[in-house]
Design a protein around this ligand. Structure first.
Ligand code: NAD
Length: 396
C-alpha cells in the first residue's frame, strides 16, 4: 500500500513527492543550523518567537500546556501525535477510538493512562475529566459535526480537522454549539502557520507584489483503494473537493487576501464507477474577488503532480510548489527563492493553537470556526455552480 504526501492511500505512481524532513524543535543544533539558512527567515521566525527564544536560551517553557485527546486514531492522527511529541505548549494526554485494540500501543507510546481512554459511546464522560482541555477530532468528515457538538457539550475545546463539516449548515451548528458551551472551536488548517506561506502573505500585505490580479491553485492526487471512506458520499460529503480541493479554496482566500464574491465551476468525471453520484472526481472552479482579482483552481482525485499555488500581482509574483503537502514547502518569488526552514507543520500548529486557546493569540490567518465556515460556504456554492451551470453570487 502506498500513501501520498498527505498520508492518503494512493496508487504506487502517486508517491512522487519529496520525503518530509522532520525537523524537531527540541533539536537545538538543527534549529540553529536552520537559522543560518537565510536572513529572510528571521522575520518569519519571529512569529514563532517564544519557542525560538526557548531553543536559543534553553529556558524551559513554564506556561500552560494544552492537554489534548485525539479522537479517531487513523493515519493523520498518527502523524499529529508524532508531531506533538516535539511541542512545548501542547501535549497528547488522551485518546478516543472505536477500536480497542489500538489503545495499548498508543497508551504505551504516549504514556496515556486508562482514565484518559474513551470510545465513541462514552466520550461524553470526558466532561468529568479535569486532565483534558481539548479534543482534536480526526475522523471522517461526515462525523465531525456530531462529534464536535458532543465535545463542546462536554465542556472541552474543539479542534476539528478540515473540512470542518459537510456543508455551511453543519458549520453553523458547530459554531453555535461551541459558543453556547463557551468553548473554542479551531480547524486544523496547518498551512496557516507555515513559514513560506506566511512570508508570501507578508509580502502581499506590504505591497511588494503590487495589486493582486490572479491566483492559481492546483490541488490533487490519484486516489487508490475504491472502498475507502473518502469515496463514500455519507462519510466524505463529496469527493476530491472536500478533501484536497479545500486547500485551493482556503489558499485562494489567504493568498489573495480577500473573500470571493462569486463562483463558477465545472465538473468532469472519467470513472463513474469509482466516483459515484455525489462523489466528485475533478472540479475546476473560478472565484471572483471584490478588487477584481480572479482565482482559477483545480481539485482532483485522478491526477498526480498537482500541489501548486501561484499568485500574480502588478509588481511581482509568488509561487509555492509543493504548496500544501507536509513539506518541505518550496517558495519562489520574482525576487528569488524563499529559503525558510521547514518545521513539522503539526508541531507548530498545536503549539500555536495552545496560545490561541489559552492566551487568545490572534494568528496571521485565522483558524477558528468562522474561518472553516467561510470555506464551507464557498464549497456549497461550487457544488451549486456545478449542478446549475450558473455563476453563483456569494453573500455574507
Ligand atoms: P483515516 O481513514 O486514516 O482515519 C480515520 C479514523 O477514523 C480511523 O481511525 C477510523 O477507524 C476512524 N473512524 C471512526 N469512525 C469511522 C467510520 N464510521 N468510518 C471510517 N472510519 C472511522 O483518515 P485520515 O486520513 O486520518 O483523515 C481523518 C480526517 O483528517 C479527515 O477529516 C481528513 O480530511 C483529515 N485530514 C487532514 C489532513 C491535514 O493535513 N490537515 C491530512 C489528512 C487527513
Amino acid at each position: 500500500m502506498f500513501f501520498n504526501d498527505f498520508g492518503i492511500n494512493v496508487n504506487r505512481q502517486a508517491c512522487h513527492d519529496v520525503k518530509p524532513k522532520l525537523f524537531k524543535m527540541n533539536s537545538r543544533r538543527n534549529f540553529l543550523q536552520k537559522l543560518t539558512l537565510s536572513a529572510v527567515a528571521l522575520p518569519i521566525l519571529s512569529s514563532y518567537s517564544a519557542k525560538n527564544q526557548e531553543a536559543i536560551s534553553e529556558k524551559p517553557y513554564k506556561g500552560k500546556i494544552l492537554r489534548v485527546a485525539i479522537m479517531g486514531l487513523g493515519s493523520y492522527a498518527t502523524r499529529v501525535a508524532e508531531a506533538m511529541e516535539s511541542c512545548t505548549k501542547a501535549k497528547l494526554v488522551g485518546i478516543i477510538s472505536g477500536t480497542p485494540s489500538k489503545f495499548e500501543s498508543w497508551q504505551r507510546k504516549y504514556d496515556i493512562p486508562d482514565k484518559n481512554c474513551y470510545n465513541y459511546d462514552n466520550f461524553d464522560r470526558i466532561r468529568n475529566n479535569p486532565d483534558i482541555d481539548a479534543v482534536y477530532i480526526i475522523t471522517p468528515n461526515g462525523l465531525h459535526r456530531d462529534q464536535a457538538i458532543r465535545v463542546a457539550q462536554a465542556g472541552k475545546h474543539v479542534i476539528c480537522e478540515k473540512p470542518m463539516g459537510l456543508n455551511a449548515k453543519e458549520g453553523e451548528e458547530m459554531i453555535a454549539a461551541c459558543k453556547s458551551a463557551n468553548v473554542k472551536l479551531l480547524v486544523g488548517y496547518r498551512m496557516h502557520f507555515e513559514a513560506n506561506t506566511l512570508e508570501i502573505i507578508r509580502m502581499r500585505k506590504e505591497g511588494e507584489l503590487g495589486k493582486i490580479m490572479f491566483f492559481q491553485g492546483l490541488c490533487g492526487f490519484k486516489i487508490g483503494d475504491p472502498s475507502q471512506w473518502r469515496l463514500n458520499r455519507q462519510l466524505a460529503g463529496g469527493g476530491a473537493m472536500m478533501d484536497i480541493g479545500i486547500y485551493a479554496v482556503n489558499g485562494s482566500r489567504y493568498m489573495v487576501g480577500e473573500e470571493p464574491i462569486w463562483v463558477t465551476a465545472q465538473e468532469t468525471k472519467t470513472d463513474p464507477v469509482k466516483f459515484k453520484e455525489g462523489v466528485d472526481e475533478t472540479i475546476q472552479f473560478q472565484l471572483g474577488f471584490p478588487s477584481g482579482a480572479v482565482a482559477s483552481c483545480l481539485s482532483t482525485y485522478s491526477m498526480n503532480n498537482l500541489d501548486r499555488f501561484f499568485l500574480n500581482g502588478e509588481k511581482g509574483f509568488a509561487e509555492l510548489q509543493p504548496s500544501t503537502g507536509y513539506g518541505p514547502i518550496k517558495g519562489r518569488t520574482n525576487k528569488g527563492p524563499l529559503e525558510l526552514p521547514h518545521i513539522t507543520h503539526q508541531t507548530v500548529q498545536m503549539d500555536e493553537m495552545s496560545e490561541i486557546i489559552f492566551e487568545n493569540k490572534i494568528p496571521t490567518v485565522p483558524v477558528d470556526g468562522e474561518e472553516g465556515l467561510k470555506d464551507l460556504k464557498i464549497i456549497d456554492a461550487i457544488y451549486l455552480a456545478v449542478q446549475t451551470g450558473q455563476k453563483v453570487e456569494l453573500k455574507d
